[in-house]
Structures are given as structure tokens and as C-alpha cells.
Design a protein around this ligand. Structure first.
Ligand code: PBG
Length: 327
């Protein structure tokens, strides 16, 4: 019989140099997508109470903010607009001079192809009722919402967006947008589909940030229930068939199992959205001195990548870059 086990796992962990060898999952700045809020009413950056360290930026500050992110190595942003005017059908979401459209033009003029500009395509920030679609008889009406989403997506493409990201969870939204983009001459504009978007309490801080809380009811008639994993796979299959270029799972942390499944099943880039509530929990615990923020953020981002995410949308993106290089 051999003596004490020939296999000793700790040999690979003995020194910092051995531990740093590159047979492990590492998050790279270009894995990250930085979400940016642009606020039509803001004169200077407005701190978001529920998301310490995040701001709603005025148009005039956008180039500076995004430029700094680019310098750190971030290559993509996801833009959210906070308009000065809301109405029943969210018409400022597709206005030629809407806040997102103007922001995209400014950023594209400044950074061109060095920056991938992705835009959230939804209605909730733009409607008085705060729902993600057109409300008819107290319900969110699927097919009339598709018509609005098409207009929003095309208006973003006209402004110069590289990718549009439909997030309203309407049936057929990817196909409708794909066709609208193609018909308007934007064959090269891609779609990152919020495919498996769950009705989640973790969006709470975002709704404060974007002023997009539903004024009545909730979003459970269109966002998914978290107890039904096969439905998430079905949503992803459908979005792929409808022409999605990137599939997204959202939120990330409570859904790592689905990320892993999606990665093994679909041969397209998989994105994970590390949402506002996930961000704010880390910030809150760190403020109380209960966790080490840097270590927590790096561990979280690494876990999301390890589970299968090719892209990670995270509010931590900017601040995390210097922390990642010390891995
Ligand atoms: C818009 C949208 C939401 C988020 C992204 N796009 C809010 C929602 O669905 O209520 C949430 C992002 C986050 O919490 O970080 N529909």
C-alpha cells in the first residue's frame, strides 16, 4: 500500500506564484458591461440613494464618465434613460431627441467604434403607470407594446446604437425588433435579449434610480416566476429562434444554475445582469463593516463568470477593475 495519499491538492496552492498560474477563471475588464443612467433633468451628477457610488448623469457629463471607464479597459456600456416627461404610451422613449437618442449620438461621435453602446429597450421609465408596455383595460397589452418597442429600437439604431437590449418581456419582442431593424436598414445592429428576466425583488434599487416603479400591480404577468426553470430555457430557445445575438439571464446571483445550463446548451454569448439589489446588498454590508467589499465584488464577479457568463453587466464594473488585476 502506498503511504499517505499521493495526491495532495495543496501542492497547487502553496505559494502566491503557483496560485496565480493561469488555470483558473479570471474576470477581465472586457467581460464587463457598465450600466449608465442618463437623466434629462439633471444639471450635475445625481447620487442614487439606494445605490451608493452610482449616479444619474446629465448629458453634458456623459463623455467624461464613459471616457474614464474606457480608459480603465471597459469596452461596453448599457444605457438607461430617465426622461423629463412621461405619458401613457411612453412616447419620449422613441423621440428623435429623447435622452437616450441624444446620449448615443454624443457618445458615438466621441468614441466611435472604441465603445460598444448598448441601449435598454423598454417603456417603464417613460410611462406614467410605470409598466413595461402599453396598458389596456388594466393589463399590459402584448402586441400593441411590440409596435412601441420597434419604434424605440429603431430610434436607438438611428442614433447609432451598436446593440439594443429589449427588457420588457413581451412575447415576440426579439422577432419584432429584428424585423423592424432590418426593414429600416440596420441589419448590423445586434440584439441582446433579456431572455430569462425574472420578476425579482432585486430590482428594487434600480426602480428608485430610474423612477420606473409600477404605479399599480406588479410585473408578474410578463416577467418570469423564479420557480420554473424550464420556462427560462424555453424563453431562451425562443429568443434565439427569433434572432437574438446574445442571451441574458437576470438577475445573476440567485440564478447561477440557469447561467450554467444556458452556457452548456446554447452556442451564443451568454450575458448575466448583476442587478441593482445585488449591488446594493454588497454596498450596505460593506458600509456596516460586515464584509470586505473588494473581496466580495471580485468573488461575485468570478462566480458569475465561472457559472457561464461571457458578459457581466454590473454596477461594480468601474470600481472593480483595479481590484481584478490583483487576483
Ligand atoms: C427595465 C429594466 C429594469 C431593470 C433593467 N431594465 C427594471 C425592471 O424590470 O423593473 C433592472 C435592473 C437592475 O435592477 O439593476 N424594464
Amino acid at each position: 500500500m502506498s503511504r499517505f495519499p499521493a495526491v495532495r491538492m495543496r501542492r497547487l496552492r502553496r505559494t502566491p506564484a503557483l496560485r496565480s498560474l493561469n488555470f483558473k477563471v479570471r474576470v477581465h475588464p472586457s467581460d464587463l458591461v457598465y450600466p449608465v443612467f442618463v437623466d434629462e433633468r439633471a444639471k450635475s451628477p445625481v447620487p442614487i440613494n439606494s445605490m451608493p457610488g452610482c449616479f444619474r448623469f446629465p448629458l453634458a457629463r456623459l463623455v467624461k464618465e464613459v471616457g474614464q471607464a474606457l480608459e480603465l479597459g471597459i469596452r461596453a456600456i448599457l444605457l438607461f434613460g430617465v426622461p423629463s416627461r412621461k405619458d401613457e404610451v411612453g412616447s419620449s422613449a422613441f423621440a428623435k431627441n429623447g435622452v437616450v437618442q441624444r446620449a448615443v449620438r454624443v457618445l458615438k461621435r466621441e468614441f466611435g467604434e472604441d465603445l460598444a453602446v448598448m441601449t435598454d429597450v423598454c417603456m417603464c421609465q417613460y410611462t406614467t403607470h410605470g409598466h413595461c408596455g402599453v396598458v389596456r383595460n388594466g393589463r399590459v397589452d402584448n402586441d400593441s407594446t411590440l409596435e412601441m418597442l420597434k419604434r424605440i429600437a429603431v430610434s436607438h439604431a438611428q442614433a447609432g446604437a451598436d446593440f439594443v437590449a429589449p427588457s420588457s418581456m413581451m412575447d415576440g419582442q426579439v422577432r419584432a425588433i429584428r424585423e423592424a431593424l432590418d426593414d429600416s436598414g440596420f441589419k448590423e445592429v445586434g440584439i441582446m435579449a433579456y431572455s430569462a428576466k425574472f420578476a425579482s425583488c432585486f430590482y428594487g434599487p434600480f426602480r428608485e434610480a430610474a423612477d420606473s416603479k409600477p404605479r399599480f400591480g406588479d410585473r408578474r404577468s410578463y416577467q418570469m416566476g423564479y420557480g420554473r426553470p424550464s420556462e427560462a430555457l424555453r424563453e431562451m430557445e425562443l429568443d434565439l429562434a427569433e434572432g437574438a445575438d446574445i442571451l441574458m439571464i437576470k438577475p445573476a446571483l440567485a440564478y447561477l444554475d440557469l447561467l450554467c445550463l444556458a452556457k452548456s446548451r446554447f452556442n451564443v454569448p451568454i450575458a448575466a445582469y448583476n442587478v441593482s439589489g445585488e449591488y446594493s446588498m454588497v454596498k450596505a454590508a460593506a458600509r456596516l463593516g460586515w464584509i470586505d467589499e473588494r473581496e466580495a465584488v471580485v468573488e461575485i464577479l468570478t462566480a458569475i463568470k465561472r457559472a457561464g457568463a461571457d458578459l457581466i453587466i454590473s454596477y461594480h464594473a468601474r470600481e472593480a477593475i483595479p481590484w481584478l488585476s490583483r487576483l
